[in-house]
Design a protein. Structure first.
Length: 146
């Protein structure tokens, strides 16, 4: 379950701008709240939540008050539905974010090669396992990379 962020964190990361609030105009109820929390999660952490439990409860309350929807309504928003996937696509278009592509990965690797000494195989395994443990809803492979 997400931890409360505290007042400063909630205000800093989960307060909708007037432009963002405008993006909600054609949405109501749980859909409105789900869209808004996905937006603020993307701008806060750079990823979309897959379920309500990944979100800080105080942040959901704060967003709910801003959009006029009770935080409890988020229980009716299915983060895995086609509508939620459509929302994520719409949010990427609105914010300028995009899904990581093969080209992005090539650029990242190229950039890292220019900056750092390559890690050992053990370091790579450690980093991957750590990332998988920190990424919500992901499983950790049982074998080390070859």
């Amino acid at each position: 379950m997400g931890r409360d962020l505290g007042l400063d964190g909630v205000l800093d990361h989960f307060t909708l701008s007037s432009d963002e609030a405008g993006w909600l105009r054609n949405k109501t109820g749980a859909t409105r709240l789900g869209f808004a929390v996905q937006l603020k999660s993307l701008t806060w952490r750079g990823w979309f939540p897959r379920m309500r439990l990944e979100l800080p409860p105080d942040a959901v309350e704060h967003v709910g008050k801003q959009v006029g929807v009770a935080a409890s309504e988020l229980g009716f928003y299915d983060f895995t539905s086609r509508a939620a996937k459509r929302h994520r696509s719409e949010l990427r278009d609105l914010t300028g974010w995009h899904e990581c592509t093969r080209t992005d990965l090539v650029k990242l690797v190229s950039h890292l090669v220019d900056l750092i000494e390559p890690p050992t195989a053990a370091q790579v395994t450690t980093v991957i396992r750590s990332a998988l443990h920190q990424a919500p809803g992901r499983t950790v492979p049982h074998t080390a990379p070859g």
